[in-house]
Write a protein of this length. Structure first.
Ligand code: GLA
Length: 354
């Protein structure tokens, strides 16, 4: 069922507008975005569709097979339901000068949530896109991404970076986004023509807002403060030796080494070097497991299973502490690796092949 069909059957009305936003998988460059560093996401085919109809009272009435039925009043307090995303989107769209009363909203999603594939950004961006279509507001992809990020910060409570929202607003399927999070400069690359990325869900999820994410953000900003630099983007490996606190040192070392890996990975995409890309992915996973400490047994098992089945590289993707891994395989080996991982890790599931 599409979001339009859901809207029509639930509200017995036609929606005024509909828009979609895809989930993303980050190929390399994790937790670097809120340190003003580099990231390399690409879209996954799974997406969220939103259909909206305007109301002439101040009620927000929502229906989604995945997130449930919910209602509230415009301007009411946040209550932890998915309508908080809607309240946030309306709040910021109103700031562009449009007048919004209540809305009816239907949402359809096939992005598994809590798995590091950015269902949250896709939801806020799809809602924003639907609203700006209705009101004919013109907003650039980068501005739209910033609004999405503000919804996370001010309405959801996750101090996320800008990667997910920028991937959602700036990419087409099949494109890879190199994003410099300091100035939002972008460069688009193509995927390897001879290799696939498998996205595999470990089956264990952990919500971002649980605090670990915000804690990593605090630790890395402490490191930057200690080094007296605006962000770890500007740190060099040598400088890090000045940091005495072992934990803060390890967090900072991940960011500096990960930024360096993203930059190296661009040459791999540009000059078709999948083997080297795979090695960078492996090093990235090790750094996330040992220095950033955001991996889990399930994620490590998946990475090891993929590697032992012949993958060129494998790493956890997204915020970590659960969720998905991304695996680089040659096209001819892709089915073999996927089925071997499924056998070795029966609780895992293949989300998509890109
Ligand atoms: C989440 C956040 C992003 C980014 C990743 C980790 O997806 O929303 O901003 O920090 O985690 O790379």
């Amino acid at each position: 069922m599409t979001s339009n069909e859901l809207f029509q059957s639930y509200f017995k009305l036609q929606p005024h507008s509909q828009a979609t936003a895809h989930g993303r998988v980050n190929l390399i460059g994790e937790h670097t975005d809120y340190n003003n560093g580099f990231v390399l996401p690409t879209l996954i085919p799974q997406k969220i569709s939103v259909s909206i109809g305007l109301r002439d009272d101040n009620k927000i009435i929502g229906n989604s097979q995945e997130f449930g039925e919910s209602q509230c009043i415009l301007g009411s307090a946040l209550n932890g339901s998915w309508l908080d995303f809607v309240l946030g989107a309306i709040h910021f769209i109103k700031q562009t000068g449009v007048i919004i009363q209540g809305i009816n909203i239907a949402v359809k999603s096939d992005i598994p949530s809590g798995t590091g594939l950015s269902s949250s950004a896709a939801l806020e961006i799809a809602i924003l896109k639907t609203l700006i279509k209705i009101f004919n507001v013109s907003i650039s992809p980068a501005e739209l991404a910033r609004i999405g990020q503000k919804i996370e910060h001010e309405f959801i409570g996750t101090q996320c970076g800008i990667m997910d929202q920028m991937a959602c607003t700036s990419l087409k399927l099949g494109e890879v986004l190199f994003l410099d999070c300091e100035n939002l400069q972008t460069k688009i690359f193509s995927l390897f023509s001879t290799h696939h990325f498998l996205v595999i869900n470990s089956g264990s999820s952990r919500k971002l807002s649980e605090g670990n994410y915000n804690q990593r953000k605090m630790e890395t900003s402490k490191a930057a403060q200690f080094l007296n630099i605006p962000s770890l983007r500007h740190a060099t490996a040598d400088q890090l030796n000045k940091i005495e606190d072992r934990i803060i040192y390890k967090r900072a070392r991940h960011i500096v080494s990960e930024n360096n890996r993203v930059l190296q990975s661009l040459d791999c995409l540009e000059n078709n070097k999948p083997m080297k890309f795979g090695r960078l992915m492996d090093a990235s996973h090790r750094s996330m497991a040992e220095d950033y400490e955001i991996s889990s047994k399930e994620l490590d098992d998946l990475v090891n299973a993929a590697k032992s089945a012949g993958a060129l590289g494998a790493r956890l993707t997204g915020a970590g502490f659960g969720g998905c891994v991304v695996v680089l395989v040659s096209k001819e080996n892709s089915e073999k690796v996927a089925s071997s991982v499924a056998k070795q890790c029966p609780q895992s599931s293949l989300v998509t092949v890109i």
